[in-house]
Design a protein around this ligand. Structure first.
Ligand SMILES: N/C(=C\C=C\C(=O)O)C(=O)O
Length: 134
C-alpha cells in the first residue's frame, strides 16, 4: 500500500507515512509540520515562542486526513489515537479541539506527557491506527 500521493511534507526521517498489517493501518507519528517545513500554531513575540495547541491539533488532523485519503481512507476509520503533549497544561485546550473531531463513538484514546518531540516547536503529536478501508 503506497502513500506516495499523500499531500504532506516528506517524513522527517527514514520511515513510511504508514504501514499496513492485519487489516489495520499504522500511521507514523504525525505533527503539525506543514508542506513548507514550518510548524503550524507557533508565533513569536519579542523572540518568545507562543504555542497554539488547538491550531497544531487541527494541522495534525489535516495531515492525518491527507495520509488516509491517499489510501482511500478517512478520519472515521481511526480506531486508536495516542496523543503526546509536551506539557499537560495544554490538555484542556487540546480536549476542546479534540471534541470537535472525535467523541465517545470515535477512536480509543490515550494521552501522555513527554519531555520533547522531534522539533522544539512541536507541542503535540499524534500516533494513530485506522481500520483499512474496504
Ligand atoms: N514520526 C516521527 C516524526 C514526525 C514528524 C512529523 O510528522 O512532522 C519520528 O521521528 O518518528
Amino acid at each position: 500500500m503506497s502513500t506516495a500521493a499523500a499531500d504532506r511534507p516528506k517524513p522527517l526521517a527514514n520511515y513510511p507515512f504508514l504501514r499496513e498489517a492485519g487489516g489495520l493501518l499504522f500511521l507514523s507519528g504525525v505533527s503539525a509540520r506543514q508542506k513548507d517545513g514550518t510548524i503550524a500554531g507557533v508565533s513569536r513575540q519579542a523572540g518568545e515562542a507562543i504555542y497554539d495547541v488547538a491550531e497544531q491539533f487541527r494541522a495534525i488532523v489535516t495531515n492525518i486526513t491527507e495520509t488516509l485519503r491517499a489510501v482511500d481512507g478517512r478520519l472515521s476509520d481511526l480506531v486508536d489515537v495516542t496523543i503526546f503533549l509536551t506539557d499537560m497544561a495544554y490538555y484542556p485546550a487540546m480536549n476542546c479541539e479534540y471534541n470537535k473531531w472525535f467523541g465517545p463513538d470515535g477512536p480509543a484514546r490515550t494521552t501522555v506527557g513527554v519531555r520533547q518531540l522531534p522539533h522544539p516547536d512541536m507541542v503535540v503529536e499524534l500516533k494513530v491506527v485506522a481500520r483499512r478501508p474496504d
